[in-house]
Design a protein around this ligand. Structure first.
Ligand code: DLZ
Length: 163
């Protein structure tokens, strides 16, 4: 483990750890299923691409993004050999304050679960003003945030193993 960081410019998004030693769970919300399905496929493909074995990827669905926090907590309680949990959801702004409550709750909730278990819990939740912004980030012109969530999980799993 390096004790000093090199120039920040030495770090790039292409440096992704090999995942063959890791066991990772994905919790995916059913709300806005077309979007979250694409996030899920992206995350799954990326984990596989970087060497995570199929039998070491545990997937569960929850009704909405609000439930991602308790899903992550349950997963980490029941499967103590997990190296990381990826939470995937899509919250789209509506006419009411629901958006703000859900976004705040899931962001804070995931953070608390991560700290409670000392394990990476990754925030792969799109929080967009409209459907198009979500489509653009779920395999559209801005890439797939499911891929990014998977890469973050691998990097954080490695960090936990080596820090
Ligand atoms: C109720 C609700 C609303 C209005 N919008 C969304 C959304 O855009 N994305 C999402 O993932 N979930 C939504 N939900 C459902 C909540 O996350 C949750 O499932 C319910 O409030 C029940 O706890």
């Amino acid at each position: 483990m390096a004790t000093q960081l090199k120039n920040l410019s030495d770090f790039s998004h292409t440096t992704v750890p090999n995942g063959s030693a890791y066991k990772i769970a994905i919790a995916v919300a059913e709300w806005n299923a077309e979007i979250t399905g694409s996030l899920y496929n992206g995350a799954l493909e990326t984990l596989t691409k970087y060497g995570v074995a199929q039998e070491n990827i545990l997937s569960i669905a929850v009704p909405g993004s609000f439930e991602l926090t308790s899903a992550a907590d349950l997963l980490l309680q029941k499967h103590q050999d997990l190296d990381a949990v990826i939470c995937l959801g899509c919250v789209i702004q509506g006419d009411t304050k629901h958006f703000d409550f859900i976004c705040d709750a899931v962001a804070n909730g995931i953070t608390q679960v991560s700290v409670k278990h000392s394990k990476p819990v990754i925030f792969g939740v799109l929080t967009t003003n409209n459907q198009q912004q979500a489509i653009d980030r779920a395999g559209g012109k801005h890439g797939n945030k499911g891929d990014e969530a998977a890469i973050t999980a691998l990097k954080m799993a490695e960090l936990k193993a080596t820090v």
